[in-house]
Design a protein around this ligand. Structure first.
Ligand SMILES: *Cc1c(COP(=O)(O)O)cnc(C)c1O
Length: 415
């Protein structure tokens, strides 16, 4: 973020100023978007490196372009570290994003039209888990499972029932808005029972898994995808991990199947983030994410807010605003006014629309990176509840905003 680079100021003052404005926004507000985080300066330095210049289609030792001896070392290091970190047979570190990683897996192990099962977007799944407007839902024949109507938890018996009826070739687990533990072992057992492959998308919880706070999808899932920029706290991008027998299919599906030249600066940044994630400090960090989420959930409920499933086991929570007199979209706007950034989100069985749903999603990975702990969570819980309660009072919102900014001054992130 430290872009006080003379050349950028001289060449493009407009962009320089916008970067500085974004830095100020990050420092002066609270980033509670569950999928976001703040990378280290070491990761930023790798992203901003000259590795961005090189074409290196192919894989280490097998490239279509000359001059890749250095890039080979970078990519191999990222692969080795990913394998060690997650304890998997094979890793592909080239995917440009989580969405592309998922499509690459489908491309690698499925035929068009194959039956797949994934969690419904409206119940916490991801667009690429078979939503009809996404490429995944257009090309493959997805049968979607949801969460239980009463508990809002995944009902594994129900998933098995659907699987027996649909006979999918692959069952996909993983979510973007599920506040509880996902039982990857159970998913594997029920997939085996119907003869389906088992894939897990751990994008949101990868950092918690590495730290041993959320159960690992290994050795259960055959193929695992993850973004590298959420709780894992690396650069924007993704990885695919799998058992040896799928290694060739996965690599071929990424390149030449789906992508062109890998983004080597991001590969290097992934390697740096994986190294950081191996340190004991990362375990402490990931544990604090969950402690903070639980403290924030507790305070929100004390303040009378309703949480889906009554709390959280991971880094995120979903607030059900149905009885609060305000929609998810309006709550996102009101909280924006007090410098608390969240996103509107569907809640399970939401009668409203995705563009103006009944809930908001809140996560603690980014504010935990800033060093905030349980006592700050208590204050944030009160501010969120107050802002929603008093959403019509400009005066009240102004006073919350100044309290938020005051607290943020003690947690400067990028200077
Ligand atoms: C974020 C996310 C993705 C998509 O990642 P992008 O890098 O935004 O494409 C895929 N799956 C899950 C479960 C996610 O949470």
């Amino acid at each position: 973020m430290d872009v006080c680079k003379k050349e950028l100021i001289e060449n493009d003052k407009i962009i320089y100023d916008l970067i500085e404005a974004e830095k100020k926004r990050l420092n002066e507000g609270l980033e509670l978007i569950a999928s976001e985080n703040f990378v280290s300066r070491a990761v930023l330095d790798a992203i901003g490196s000259t590795l961005i210049n090189k074409y290196s289609e192919g894989y280490p030792g097998r490239r279509y372009y000359g001059g890749n001896e250095v890039i080979d070392e970078v990519e191999q290091l990222a692969i080795d570290r990913a394998k060690e970190l997650f304890g998997c047979d094979h890793a592909n570190v080239q995917p440009y994003s989580g969405s592309i990683a998922n499509l690459a897996v489908y491309n690698g192990v499925l035929d068009m039209g194959d039956k797949v099962m994934g969690l419904n977007l409206a119940h916490g799944g991801h667009l690429t888990h078979g939503h009809p407007i996404n490429y995944s839902g257009k090309v493959y024949n997805f049968a979607q499972y949801g969460v239980d109507k009463e508990t809002h938890l995944i009902d594994y018996d129900e998933v098995l029932k659907i699987a027996k009826k649909e006979k999918p070739k692959m069952i996909l687990s993983g979510a973007t808005a599920y506040p509880r533990i996902i039982d990857f072992k159970r998913f594997h057992e029920l997939a085996e029972e119907v003869g389906a492959m088992c894939m897990a998308d751990v994008s949101h919880i990868a950092g918690l898994i590495i730290a041993g706070i959320h159960p690992s999808p290994f050795p259960h899932a055959e193929i695992v995808t993850s973004t590298t920029h959420k709780t894992l706290r690396g650069p924007r991008g993704a990885i695919i991990m799998c058992k040896s027998k799928f290694a060739k299919d996965i690599d071929r599906a990424v390149f030449p199947g789906m992508q062109g030249g890998p983004h080597n600066h991001l590969t290097a940044a992934k390697a740096v983030a994986f190294k950081e994630a191996q340190l004991p400090e990362f375990k402490t960090y990931a544990a604090q994410i969950v402690k903070n989420a639980k403290a924030l959930a507790e305070e929100l409920m004390t303040q009378g807010m309703e949480l889906i499933t009554g709390g959280t086991d991971n880094h995120l929570m979903l607030i059900d605003l149905t009885n609060s007199g305000i929609t998810g979209k309006d709550a996102e706007n009101v909280l924006g006014k007090v410098r608390i950034t969240v996103n509107k989100n569907m809640i399970p069985y939401d009668p409203r629309t995705p563009f103006n749903p009944s809930g908001i999603r809140i996560g603690t990975p980014a504010i935990t990176t800033r060093g905030m702990k349980e006592s700050e969570m208590k204050a944030i819980g009160v501010w969120i509840a107050d802002a929603i309660k008093h959403h019509d009072s400009e005066h009240k919102l102004e006073s919350i905003r100044s309290e938020v900014c005051e607290m943020c001054k003690g947690f400067i992130l990028y200077d």
